[in-house]
Design a protein around this ligand. Structure first.
Ligand code: F6P
Length: 364
């Protein structure tokens, strides 16, 4: 599509793992495109995969179709985990989007008379999006992930909702831990970043927070728990990020057929602490409860602003850009700046220092 050509119809897809707020973006893009720009909107099912079939898997998005979507969890368009072998081909630097997929997506967009795409996703989707963009597909991005690990945006939608779930779970663990004088270890998601663990740990009054950015030692955790017991506090709450590692050890994974995900550190740690300290421990893995369900009010609004902003980016032909939150403002940044590495917890951040000041141990 030439830049000056009038836009009449846009496509919309969601990629990667689901996150609360995806449907809120779908609704916001649809309503803003229809009401403000008088464009039509086509939803593409299961990410870029929906465009790889001979008969593309798409659905017309109308005002009626997006009614009731704001509070609904998951994504009504479906989210693929991007392991379709037709989508990728090997290269020296790992898999890249295949030539065939680029040509097929181009063909299908032309056939569907889609002038531009909104892609909603995390770093996997944005990395693919950048490659499609470089191949000439006009698209803009909306950042999503409960992990909050996407560079150049202070927040992604989904994070706040996940945080609420994790904090609520910690509140519940306090009372049962206290009743039984136990050490409760709660494992949270977050991949290689400790955002969920850190924020939930402080909000949920954990005694120990373990994040991937700071490899921990059992000795340091044991010292904290002993210190508490010596002071008469007979229970402890430990939050461990799924990607956290012992100083001398590796990340743990769980296998699901030929797929695998980070996980297992919570049970491992609870067993180690029981053995080394001789105290009663239990592990809880919060898992996909952090991803499912209705988005928080904050995430609904962030997702809605991101969705509306994505439509404005298309109207301005700012293809290859992604909406982002910076200093409380909705801005746009080149997608290429958001990919390649993940956003990590800064050890100099206010929350880390505040936690240390409160006596929370990071297991170091
Ligand atoms: O990126 C979101 C996330 O929930 C991570 O926190 C977690 O490691 C991963 O996805 C789990 O993926 P899956 O649902 O494929 O097991």
């Amino acid at each position: 599509m030439e830049n000056e050509q009038r836009i009449r119809r846009i496509g919309l897809l969601t990629g990667g793992g689901d996150a609360p707020g995806l449907n809120a973006v779908i609704r916001a893009v649809t309503l803003t495109a229809i009401l403000q720009e008088e464009w039509e909107v086509v939803g593409i099912r299961r990410g870029f995969e929906g465009l790889l079939h001979d008969n593309p898997h798409v659905v017309a998005l109308t005002q009626k179709r997006v009614e009731g979507l704001l509070p609904r969890g998951g994504t009504v368009l479906g989210a693929a985990s991007h392991n379709n072998p037709r989508l990728f081909e090997p290269s020296e630097n790992g898999p890249i989007v295949s030539k065939w997929a680029k040509a097929q997506v181009r063909r299908q967009l032309d056939a569907l008379a889609i002038d531009a795409l909104v892609i909603i996703g995390g770093d996997g989707t944005m990395t693919m999006g950048q490659q499609f963009f470089e191949a000439g597909i006009p698209l803009v991005g909306v950042p999503k992930t409960i992990d909050n690990d996407l560079l150049v945006t202070e927040l992604t939608f989904g994070f706040d909702s996940a945080l609420d779930q994790a904090t609520d779970a910690l509140d519940r663990l306090h009372t049962t831990a206290e009743s039984h004088d136990r050490v409760m270890v709660m494992e949270v998601m977050g991949r290689n970043s400790g955002w969920i663990a850190l924020h939930a740990g402080v909000a949920g009054s954990a005694d120990v927070i373990l994040i991937p950015e700071l490899p921990f030692t059992l000795a340091a955790i044991g010292a904290k728990i002993r210190e508490q017991r010596d002071a008469g506090r007979l229970y402890s709450i430990v939050v461990v990020a799924e990607g956290a590692t012992p100083a001398e050890g590796d990340q743990l994974y769980r296998e699901f057929g030929d797929e695998r995900s980070l996980g297992g550190i919570g049970h491992w740690l609870a067993a180690q602490l029981a053995e080394s300290l001789g105290v009663a421990t239990r592990a809880v893995v919060l898992g996909h409860l952090q991803r499912g369900g209705s988005p928080s009010a904050f995430d609904r609004n962030l997702a809605t602003m991101f969705g509306a902003s994505a439509v404005r980016l298309i109207a301005k032909r700012k293809f290859g850009y992604m909406t982002a939150l910076q200093c409380g403002d909705i801005v746009s940044v080149p997608i290429i700046d958001a990919i390649g590495e993940q956003k990590k917890v800064s050890l100099e951040s206010k929350l880390v220092h505040t936690a240390e000041g409160l006596g929370i141990s990071f297991g170091i």
